[in-house]
Design a protein around this ligand. Structure first.
Ligand SMILES: [Zn+2]
Length: 174
């Protein structure tokens, strides 16, 4: 949500994420606040530290708001899911949907798999689904490769420096 500079960007972001973009007028401020709380929760989870009570309270309040009903979608298939259908689309519905998806994640039990990308300056959050929990980058083709090139270069520099030191000491011995 970093790119939410104005309401137009917010509408575009909502459309991209299948959120009801029709109800976000005047919601940039509240949604930016919501974003800050969500990010704080994600960072705490990724670092394995205690969640901040203020952040929890913010998402608790957001999921409490709309009235509606629970709907079982695709009950007869292997992709069944439980959805919440708001009675009326309201202005706080986007905040509700964002808070709901984070809340559902919190109760899922695999919060320890949430990580932040190890690439400097990226900071993307991702779910590490590898068996041994070894994934370090949000995206192997982008951040992973950049990081590999960087560590190769620093390894190369190190061995190169060692070689220099070695030849310098050999010279001194003579
Ligand atoms: Zn990344």
């Amino acid at each position: 949500m970093e790119e939410l500079s104005d309401e137009k960007a917010l509408v575009a972001w909502c459309s991209d994420h299948a959120l009801p973009a029709d109800y976000v007028t005047g919601q940039l401020g509240p949604l930016t606040t919501m974003r800050t709380h969500c990010r704080s929760i994600v960072e705490c989870l990724a670092r394995g530290v205690q969640l901040v009570p203020d952040d929890i309270q913010a998402i608790e309040e957001a999921v409490r708001h709309p009235s509606g009903r629970l709907v079982l979608a695709g009950g007869g298939t292997s992709h069944a899911s439980l959805c919440f259908e708001p009675r009326d689309a309201e202005e706080d519905e986007v905040a509700f949907e964002i808070a709901l998806s984070l809340t559902l994640f919190l109760v899922r039990g695999d919060r320890h798999r949430l990580k932040l990308c190890a690439s400097p300056g990226c900071g993307y959050a991702f779910l590490d689904t590898t068996k041994n929990g070894s994934r370090r980058w949000c995206d192997m083709s982008a951040c992973g490769n950049r990081q590999k090139v960087r560590s190769f270069r620093s390894r190369f520099k190190a061995t190169h420096a060692e070689r220099q030191r070695f030849s310098a000491s050999t010279v001194r011995k003579r």
